[in-house]
Unconditional design. Sequence first.
Length: 178
Amino acid sequence: MKKNRKPLTIERLELSIYRLRRDGFLKPGGFITWRWSTKGKVYATLRFTVGEDRLTICTASWKPKYDIALTRTNCTTGGTRPWFKCPACGRRCAILYAKHDFHFTCRECCDLSYESKNLSDAWRLLRQSQKVQRKLDWHGPDGERPKWMHETTYQRLVERHEDYDRRAMVAMAKALKL
Ligand SMILES: [Zn+2]
């Protein structure tokens, strides 16, 4: 891992059913590590498992976080075509978006105003989580302890980071009425 890399602010991540299908990542039983990169640098990593009718978004250690249902429609040319179902509103869609975290929703849900109490809570917690990330010299879930940091300090920060992340996720899920 290279040091001194500044954490990137992620504006929006896209997950496209077309790309997943094209790259053969919709086969049931799959454990997928999906990476977003620009100019060869990975700026976000998402892990998910693939079931018959769902993707399960997982943590870095493959613990399930939440499901994105898959649905299929028949094609006029024969065969079927897969779609996501937006975890927030249930609409069928081909592309899901996430802002600042890995909570994917359709474009409309993603563009909802972020003024509710739960959402402002979620953003506050995410900002706190990012502060801890900076202390950790964070390079994503596969990152290692900075050499200058004591093991106990590192563990404490990792736990705090997970706690903020988890609480942010709960607030986000409430805001989106999941
Ligand atoms: Zn939606």
